[in-house]
Design a protein around this ligand. Sequence first.
Ligand code: NAP
Length: 483
Amino acid sequence: MSSRTPIPVTLIPGDGIGPECVAAAQRIVEATGASIEWDEQTAGADVFEKGIASGVPPETMDSIGRTRVALKGPLATPVGFGEKSANVTLRKLYETYANVRPVRELPGVKTPYSGRGVDLIIVRENVEDLYAGIEYMQTPGVAQALKLISVKGSEKIARFAFEYARSEGRTKVACATKSNIMKFSEGTLKRAFERVAPDYPEIEPWHVIVDNCAHQLVKRPEQFEVICTSNMNGDILSDLTSALVGGLGFAPSANIGNEVAIFEAVHGSAPKYAGKNVINPTAVILSAVLMLRYLGLFEEAAAVEHAVFVTMESGTLTGDVVGYDRGTSTTDYTDAIIANLGKRTDTWTIREVKPLHLPELSADTDYVKTTSRAVVGLDVFVESPLSPGELGASLMELSHDTRLSLKMISSRGTKVFPPTGAITDTVDHYRCRFITKENPGDLPDEDVHQLLARISRRHRWMHIEKLQEFDGELGFTRDQGEN
Ligand code: NAP
């Protein structure tokens, strides 16, 4: 079963229970005869303590740059050594845009869903969305986080989801978004999904609103095969799906990009169990199975998966499943899996997986090209203790001889000027929408500067957003009741 040339893989034992889980996976992979040349490197708590703010030292980055594949244990994000997560650093450094989180029913693990054949994958966009980490306090009392979703990033993750489904012979891919409310950001993913779906005619595409997706996952999880979703939605849904099959001890994951892939458990470093030889290493072992498949070592991957299933079928289970007073130790569990290599389960299906084809998209930075565009107005965000009526009157006076007129003001997302009769609890943070008085085409920046200079005379503004049209389509949302 061994491949001829050793394949280099970076091995990061990680923090807490990480080294125990990673050692288990490494021993099992080696026992299959897979020819892998491990390059052990550090990341996480020790590295933070040495003062490396990213939590990832240059040697580890060099190693991953060379091997392009890593198997890693969980990394703790210690409080007090900088605010960055080494995990997020690694995912972002190598544009591992797809986070793949498969879950399936497992032998011997009793859950409320046992017998229903849960076997699904969350494909979560791994780079963009609210996880871009662009957050501000716009006023002392109002916070803002930017939810950035690109057409290119959405097409990549949508294509990846279909390609992953194809490699596993799956028949349906769902796209879970909140596009009914966030028409531009979440809608971008939905539209990208709908655009690429026809390239995969053998796979049935469907869209599900993410809140209903959560509901359906609890009610009838067996209806799902692959769920393609945005970063935030995927984070939440994938913890839910881990719980469907027995918890974090069984949830593997892969962070895959076109250059680099990093395989790791969904769980963290569970420090209270560190060094006790009691934890469940299955999530990291199954992450190694995903890695073996990614490396094209399909026989070795299937051998490990069969051996894990045979071991669990025989009732050899760790403490998280049967209670820590009765559970098999981490090392004995690993030994049992190694002893079962070569045996096959007859009761549980192991998928036949084909090589994964990664989507290749244009490298153009201006990925979406327009033939026409125009700035048609401006949203100015103002901090003010005035009432909406007082602020509205002041802004109308300040802008009366500019090319922009005040259309409306909202506070906390609700229109408060002109008054609508709504009961609104306003705060001192207002979004003030100005539109061009006549249709001048593209509003020049000089007019924007003039308006801001006028507003600055009396009010504190902290943020502006240009209102734009691309190819005649509005590039901004209208407020409720706005025409
Ligand atoms: P956690 O480490 O995942 O542990 C939460 C609980 O899950 C544990 O207390 C334990 O439950 C159970 N658990 C997790 N892995 C298990 C395993 N292999 N076997 C048996 N039980 C397992 O989450 P956390 O306590 O929130 O986070 C601890 C640290 O890990 C933090 O520093 C966090 O930043 C980091 N983290 C890292 C990653 C990563 O590297 N990808 C991911 C998540 C968190 P019981 O207590 O019920 O027994």
